[in-house]
Ligand binder design. Structure first.
Ligand code: ZN
Length: 221
């Protein structure tokens, strides 16, 4: 039997390191796969293209295929329920509803948890929301003008992040709430606890408690 040495040759992801010859058996090649694994395959499978990796390639293709199938299923469902599904406007509507009505949503405490909801007409109909708000312009988010009121016509705009920052509850703090917060801090309340009590971001609570903003004797921010 003729012994062919494939060492140093590359087949797909496999680089042949050395050959293994055993009497009465097909020649084999010990290969290093690009993923770092080692695999010994018959020279026949290498040359014929049957084997192109340690198995990682097939696993990745299967995962890709599953993801593609998943997308098809999701898109199919979205198209059945509404042509607008998964558009930016629809996403904003969905996310706002989750903040108000899904206790598992990570921002629920700032919204549903303190009584912020969505008007019945919007809550039950995306069409109604779309009719009142129009399509979400690029780079904007759904924002409430009065942060103590819910998502309803007259209280919502599409806003840029800068407009939104002006409107956060942190910026409607009052001297009364600032002093109360500092007092609670001195009594030992933690920043996360204060953030949730006062409905402010951790960062704003920290700045206020350290006196880096809302300086006594200065102007309110
Ligand atoms: Zn591999």
């Amino acid at each position: 039997m003729k012994r062919v040495d494939y060492s140093g040759r590359r087949y797909g992801r496999l680089l042949v390191l050395s050959m293994v010859y055993e009497a009465g058996k097909d020649a084999k090649a010990r290969c290093a796969c690009d993923c770092g694994a080692e695999k010994t395959v018959t020279a026949y499978n290498l040359k014929s293209g049957n084997t192109e990796s340690c198995g990682c390639l097939a696993r990745e293709r299967t995962a890709d295929l599953n993801r593609a199938l998943q997308r098809v299923v999701v898109m199919g469902e979205a198209n059945r329920t509404h042509g607008y599904s998964r558009t930016p406007t629809y996403t904003s509507w969905c996310d706002a509803k989750k903040r108000c009505y899904s206790p598992q949503n990570k921002r629920f405490a700032e919204y549903g948890g303190r009584g912020i909801g969505m008007c019945n007409s919007w809550r039950t109909s995306f069409d109604s929301f779309l009719r009142d708000m129009g399509e979400r312009p690029k780079g904007m988010t759904l924002e409430r003008l009065d942060v103590d009121k819910g998502y309803e016509p007259g209280n919502c705009i599409w806003a840029t992040p800068a407009q939104q920052a002006q409107n956060t509850r942190a910026n409607v703090a009052t001297w009364e709430s600032v002093r109360e917060m500092r007092k609670r801090r001195l009594e030992g309340a933690t920043y996360p606890k204060l953030a949730s009590e006062f409905g402010m971001s951790y960062n704003n609570v920290r700045l206020i408690c350290r006196g880096e903003t809302w300086k006594e004797g200065g102007d309110a921010q």
